[in-house]
Design a protein around this ligand. Structure first.
Ligand SMILES: Cc1cc2nc3c(=O)[nH]c(=O)nc-3n(C[C@H](O)[C@H](O)[C@H](O)COP(=O)(O)OP(=O)(O)OC[C@H]3O[C@@H](n4cnc5c(N)ncnc54)[C@H](O)[C@@H]3O)c2cc1C
Length: 272
């Protein structure tokens, strides 16, 4: 039997397992999956629905039993920290190691967090996992005793606007801060952005364009964001949605070729 190790149990890692489980040569492979997150793969595309349903299991792509039934060993809450390509071994954060014949990297992406002074303050969040949403909800809940909460989303792209809608639905006074002079700058021109802005503002979400954040200011949490044009915005919490970066750190560490702007270099067969 050949040993297949999959690093990452996100949407792609799961899809790979589903395909291999249904493959006619399935019996020739032993499959071991490592997922850094606490739960099996879930539907990240519909992550925002977790705010309304509050039921993480509803998002699961398959329950744990599915992996058992398909003879796939799933180790969640376990991160691979090293790959040794010569000996064909992966090492976990618990200092265990596992041997492979084939290694599948399905490590996905992480949120890009710009290096703004104060970005590490309590009250600053990212928007990618169920745990991120739990943290946002808990923080908003704690603040609610103080009346109206001002929440800002840093980034007026597709994901930022989705986060803004979720923030609004949590009952927070919501602002979107965008560095570019228009919303969804990668996809839209000025005219289209103006139309979208009208729509967003009709949802009572305030839009601030052309704003370059200089500092996140506050003593115990956030109080305001200062911009380079000497204006500022009073906020109680901030969700950063300023783009994503490929999780290629393992590839870099073990000497695999990576792209100029990050990501793992592959051929037409998706081989490194
Ligand atoms: C709120 C939101 C809305 C979205 N909406 C859309 C949409 O409408 N349409 C669309 O096409 N896309 C959307 N996306 C993007 C979509 O979710 C991603 O493209 C998709 O999740 C990518 O799947 P993936 O498996 O490659 O990566 P991920 O989902 O990032 O999964 C990778 C997994 O690998 C784990 N991992 C990484 N490194 C290690 C390691 N060293 N050891 C162990 N585990 C590791 C990570 O913890 C993660 O669980 C959205 C994303 C978000 C956050």
């Amino acid at each position: 039997m050949k040993k297949v190790i999959v690093i990452g149990n996100g949407m792609v890692g799961y899809k790979f397992c589903e395909k291999l489980a249904a493959h006619p040569l399935r019996d020739q492979f032993e499959i071991l999956v490592f997922g850094e997150e606490a739960r099996p793969a879930y539907d990240r595309v519909h992550l925002s629905e977790y705010f309304s349903s509050d039921d993480a299991d509803k998002l699961l792509l398959a329950p744990r039993e599915w992996y058992l039934e398909n003879n796939i060993t799933l180790r969640t809450g376990e991160m691979i920290t090293d790959i040794e390509t010569v000996t064909r071994r992966v090492f976990t954060h618990k200092h265990d190691y596992f041997e492979y014949d084939y290694l599948v990297l399905a490590t996905g992406s992480s949120c890009f967090v710009p290096n703004i002074p104060g970005v590490d303050k309590p009250g600053v969040f990212i928007y990618r996992t169920i745990e991120d949403l739990d943290a946002i909800k808990d923080y908003a809940q704690k603040l609610k005793h103080g009346g109206n909460i001002q929440s800002a989303i840093l980034g007026g792209g597709l994901l930022g606007l989705e986060a803004a809608n979720a923030s609004k639905e949590l009952g927070l006074e919501t602002h979107v801060i965008e560095f570019a002079p228009r919303l969804m700058p990668r996809q839209l021109d000025k005219a289209a952005s103006d139309m979208l802005q009208t729509k967003i503002e009709s949802l009572e979400i305030k839009v601030h364009l052309g704003k370059n954040s200089k500092e996140i200011v506050g003593e115990e949490g956030i109080e305001k964001i200062d911009f380079t044009d000497d204006t500022s915005l009073q906020v109680d919490m901030l969700i950063i949605s300023a783009g994503i970066r490929p999780r290629d750190e393992l590839a870099v560490k073990c000497g695999l070729r990576t792209g100029e702007r990050g990501g793992i270099y592959v051929n037409n067969k998706m081989e490194t």
